[in-house]
Design a binder for this molecule. Structure first.
Ligand code: DHK
Length: 143
């Protein structure tokens, strides 16, 4: 069974300590554990990087090895055409995930490049959004 990829962009390695009033106190390790529970028997590749090139390389890996992608691109959401171009090559379902409701924040967080490829977007559910995204991705894979 092909794995699903749960990919995380810059600064999310600091989750739990980073601006808890916006991102909460759940750590990325706890998010990973919850994603694996939500995925059940479906294998999960869970990665975080502060490097744009590495995130693109992980999307390339998913193109060859993965069934679906949940991605929190963090700040690269609003800056990276290269990430969008990489995601466009992926044929499976893609769910864009943000812990905070980006549309309720400053205008710099309103225009997402990734949304031009994503099949769905989840924003504002906090760390629980990851589990919701995994469950939704499995549903899309079954469809
Ligand atoms: C995480 C970030 O790092 C920000 O750059 C985004 C996103 C929001 C989040 O809510 O998960 O704007």
């Amino acid at each position: 069974m092909k794995p699903i990829y749960v990919l995380n962009g810059p600064n999310l390695n600091r989750l739990g300590k980073r601006e808890p009033q916006i991102y909460g106190t759940t750590t990325l390790a706890e998010v990973e554990a919850n994603c694996r529970i939500a995925a059940g028997e479906r294998p999960v590749v869970f990665r975080q990087t502060n490097s744009e090139g590495t995130l693109i390389n992980l999307v390339h890996e998913a193109i060859d090895e993965g069934a679906g992608i949940v991605i929190n691109p963090a700040a690269f959401t609003f800056t990276s055409l290269a990430l969008l171009d990489a995601l466009k090559m992926f044929e499976g379902p893609v769910i864009e995930l943000h812990i905070s409701n980006i549309h309720k924040r400053e205008p710099i967080y309103h225009r997402s490049y990734v949304s031009m490829r994503a099949d769905a977007v989840i924003a504002g559910l906090g760390a629980y959004g990851y589990e919701a995204a995994v469950v939704a991705l499995l549903r899309l894979l079954r469809a």
